[in-house]
Design a protein around this ligand. Structure first.
Ligand code: FAD
Length: 429
């Protein structure tokens, strides 16, 4: 029977050691939330904190994005994905057989009834994002690095493409998202440096952005250490079981770190460890690319979402980041930076004064479930095992809420939302 948190519970928790595997934006938020519940927490990562997908993403606090990636009619796009390696969504032929189980579930999730359900389940997390983030941002002293609720502007090249997007916009509005239609002139008034190629736009009022996602994850991590959290630099490969219960991680060097409870938060790499802990999960990766270039006099006051070509422009601390794209190609293949270049060329059509000089390219592995929902779950096999991964395009946005929800699960407290939709075993049976 779940119970609310209490002071006496906290002191009992202080003697419990929780290991969190993964120091991305999710693992660090989970670690912080567990520390606040009174646990003794060690985060373990094979790399320096924040060097995974959390390093170079687009920086959007995208609280309005409750529409899943697989929308009704997505089937019709499959031939294009296979034929155009530089299109907004592409599949690497060599990876196609491995990706098939994920793709079948992805397409199955695109039925209208599933999409309606998924959107409401994503909105249940996204609609809490600011209320859960605000206190963590304030206490970590990162308020200057987060621009709040200035909105993001979606732009459309024709009235037809805006009409084509109507179902998704209506779906989001029905889930509490504020979206205001904009005329061509309003689009240009808001962002005067845009090329005059857009017929209309929308303002997504509640979006925010961070100036540098790496600064956010490392800032949270520093705060985690200051509050007494510990970090160990090691790759986890397996687990030790005592009396049938996982009790220690085994590192690649053969060392062991014992725990009372464990949270797997390894982003796109979580599948193998989940399997070692008895849970098969259809997690894969949507690889994404971007290029960040110095401003060089170009003005951009907020994120711009180029809806027709599926990419975004973000004003960041170091310059303008042009990126997006989905490449289904697994975790091993080398990046194809022609994708970043193709996106940048599209970006230059939108902001003609952009110059590639001095730019840096990046690729990251989004941890993606076929139904676009994260896994925020207790293990169905072991009472001391928990999972926090699969946040896809929205890990930065959902991180603070995920931390709090996992802390509730770990301490057996009542979560503020129904946790069934995010269970790890939702694809079983
Ligand atoms: C191009 C792009 C743009 C994006 N834009 C946005 C955006 O605007 N807004 C948004 O909300 N989200 C965005 N995202 C998604 C977001 O970046 C991810 O959802 C989020 O960073 C995932 O965080 P994570 O902590 O789960 O994973 P990661 O940041 O990848 O961290 C996983 C960590 O686990 C560690 N690890 C893995 N295996 C092991 C092991 N065996 N032992 C020890 N450590 C291990 C890794 O070293 C890594 O540090 C974007 C992603 C991409 C690629």
């Amino acid at each position: 029977m779940p119970k609310p948190s209490s002071a006496s519970q906290s002191s009992a928790q202080a003697s419990q050691h929780v290991v969190v595997v993964g120091a991305g934006i999710i693992g660090v938020n989970v670690g912080l939330a567990l520390l606040k519940q009174g646990y003794d927490v060690t985060i373990v990562d094979r790399a320096e904190p924040g060097m995974g997908a959390s390093f170079g993403n687009a920086g959007g606090i995208a609280v309005t994005e409750c529409a899943p990636i697989a929308m009704p009619g997505v089937w019709a796009n499959v031939p294009g994905w296979l034929m155009d390696p530089l299109g907004p969504l592409s599949v690497r032929w060599s990876y196609l057989p491995k990706m098939m189980p994920w793709l079948i579930r992805f397409l199955a999730a695109s039925s209208k009834s599933r999409v309606e359900q998924i959107a409401s389940e994503l909105a249940a997390i996204l609609n809490r994002a600011w209320q859960d983030y605000d206190p963590v941002i304030a206490e970590t002293g990162l308020s200057d690095a987060v621009f709040k609720k200035e909105g993001a502007m979606g732009v459309y090249r024709s009235e037809k493409t805006r009409r084509d997007a109507e179902y998704g916009i209506d779906l989001r509005r029905r889930n509490g998202v504020k979206i205001r239609d904009l005329t061509k002139d309003e689009v240009m008034d808001i962002e005067p440096d845009l090329a005059p190629i857009f017929a209309c736009g929308v303002m997504e009022e509640d979006w925010g952005r961070v100036l540098d996602p790496f600064r956010i994850v490392t800032g949270f991590y520093k705060h985690f250490l200051e509050r007494g959290g510990k970090f160990q630099n090691a790759e986890v490969t397996d687990f030790v079981y005592r009396d049938g219960k996982p009790s220690a991680v085994i590192t690649v060097q053969g060392d062991q770190i014992t725990f009372d409870k464990i949270v797997i938060a390894c982003g796109a790499w979580s599948k193998t460890l989940a399997k070692r802990l008895g849970s098969s999960v259809p997690l894969d990766t949507e690889r994404g690319y971007n290029t960040t270039v110095p401003y060089n006099g170009v003005r951009l006051s907020r994120m711009v979402i180029c809806a027709d070509d599926s990419f975004v422009l973000t004003p960041m601390e170091t310059g303008i980041r042009v990126g997006g794209a989905v490449e289904l190609g697994g975790l091993v293949a080398a990046p194809n930076y022609n994708r970043a270049k193709a996106l940048f060329a599209k970006g230059k059509e939108v902001l003609p004064k952009l110059s590639a000089e001095g730019g840096t390219e990046w690729m990251g592995f989004r941890p993606s479930m076929p139904d676009s929902k994260p896994v925020i779950s207790a293990s169905p096999k072991h009472e001391n095992v928990f999972f926090a991964f699969g946040h896809g395009h929205l890990g930065l946005t959902m991180a603070a809420t995920t931390g709090l929800l996992i802390a509730d699960l770990v301490s057996d407290a009542t979560a503020p939302i129904n946790m069934t939709p995010y269970r790890i075993d939702r694809f079983q049976g």
